[in-house]
Ligand binder design. Structure first.
Ligand SMILES: Nc1ncnc2c1ncn2[C@@H]1O[C@H](COP(=O)(O)OP(=O)(O)O)[C@@H](O)[C@H]1O
Ligand SMILES: O=C(OP(=O)(O)O)[C@H](O)COP(=O)(O)O
Length: 343
């Protein structure tokens, strides 16, 4: 799943943050309009260019597109931590065409915070994973299980694991056979490494994950059905959030953690019907912070969910802007976007 939306609304945010220092929004990121805006830009002022992902060359890391992006600039400061794990034109390709490439202050802060978890976490380390980017992130659970004492899996991420455990999940998307097999292997290896691997025991379900959906709570244990072929989540329904029993179990599992890393909401937090699991975990993590745990939340949606739960930066040790990027740092990978700096 790749994000592709106009940055026009961000212009209003920049205007209120920067006032007269913000010189406006340009509805493209390459070409004559950009050159003209830069040519008339007074020193010390800032402009915002449109999302590079509207061009196919961005995700394809096309060198011609990267060159067009780079052409007006002599110095590039890359502060887009959340995409540093992507080999795409505005992250890696562009660096070949700009003489000086430097990391921004946010990138430095993120790497410092994550390095502490990678190299010297206060133990035990508890990892909470959820969200919807299953294909992207499922592999990462395998390497995190070498470091973590407990792994809690919620959100859509939990479903290939549940299915691999024989839990029939109705209309919930579980990915292909390959993902289920992968989930089975990852969970087995984690357990062999002594990790306490915790999956949801119940789920809030509905026929559609939409506003005002009629919801119900179903248990997800193998004994939830009288007949072993009967699905735990009835046909036509899908899981949209962890249920109250799981929310309680996950919250309890965070108590006493030395370090907690969380990426990915426990459900479709955007909708009130499927927000309660994410809210509970967010508040449990905030309490853990008060009790001395190092708490790091990673990911654009996870950070948004925390704000929605009424929590602020002070309730956590660090809120990281990138989920996928932070998970790859925690795997010990050197992100492609960190290999491009030159001065
Ligand atoms: N059970 C679920 N079914 C469908 N979508 C889900 C489910 N649980 C979480 N999500 C979705 O996951 C998305 C966030 O996932 P992701 O991008 O991986 O998180 P982050 O941005 O924090 O890294 C949200 O849009 C949320 O609605
Ligand atoms: O939201 C983001 O990352 P995240 O969902 O991993 O936190 C970034 O904008 C990266 O998005 P992408 O996964 O579409 O490359």
């Amino acid at each position: 799943m790749q994000t592709q939306y106009s940055l026009a609304p961000v212009a209003n945010v920049l205007l209120s943050e920067l006032g007269k220092d913000f010189a406006g929004f340009v509805r493209s990121c390459i070409g004559e309009d950009v050159a003209a805006a830069i040519a008339t830009l007074p020193a010390g002022r800032v402009i915002l260019l449109e999302n590079t992902r509207f061009h196919a060359g961005e995700m394809a890391n096309d060198s011609r597109f990267a060159e067009q992006l780079a052409s007006p600039f002599k110095i590039l400061v890359n502060d887009a931590f959340a995409v540093l794990h992507r080999r795409q034109a505005s992250v890696t390709g562009i660096a070949e065409h700009v003489p000086v490439v430097l990391p921004g202050l946010l990138v430095r802060k993120e790497i410092e915070a994550l390095s502490r978890i990678l190299f010297s976490p206060t133990r035990p380390l508890v990892v909470v994973l959820g969200g919807a980017k299953v294909e992207d992130k499922i592999d990462i659970i395998d390497s995190l299980s070498c470091r973590a004492s407990k792994i809690l899996v919620g959100g859509r991420m939990a479903f290939p694991f549940l299915y691999a455990n024989g839990v029939l999940v109705g209309a919930t998307q579980i990915g292909g056979k390959l993902q289920t097999q992968l989930a089975k292997d990852i969970e087995l290896r984690a357990r062999q490494r002594g990790v306490d691997f915790i999956l949801p025991d119940d789920q809030i379900v509905a026929s559609k994950l939409q506003p005002q959906a009629t919801t119900s709570i179903v248990p997800l244990t193998l004994t939830c059905c009288t007949n072993e072929l009967e699905p735990c989540i009835p046909e036509g329904l899908q899981g949209g959030d962890i249920g109250p029993a799981t929310a309680k179990r996950f919250s309890n599992a965070l108590e006493g953690a030395g370090t907690i890393f969380w990426n990915g909401p426990m459900g479709v937090y955007e909708l009130p019907e499927f927000f309660s699991g994410t809210k509970s975990v967010a508040h449990a993590m905030a309490i853990a912070t008060q009790h001395g745990s190092v708490t790091v939340v990673g990911g654009g949606d996870s950070a948004a969910a925390i704000r929605k739960a009424g929590l602020v930066a002070d309730n956590f040790t660090h809120i990281c802007t990138g989920g996928g990027a932070s998970l790859e740092v925690l795997q010990g990978k050197i992100l492609p976007g960190l290999q491009i700096f030159k001065s």
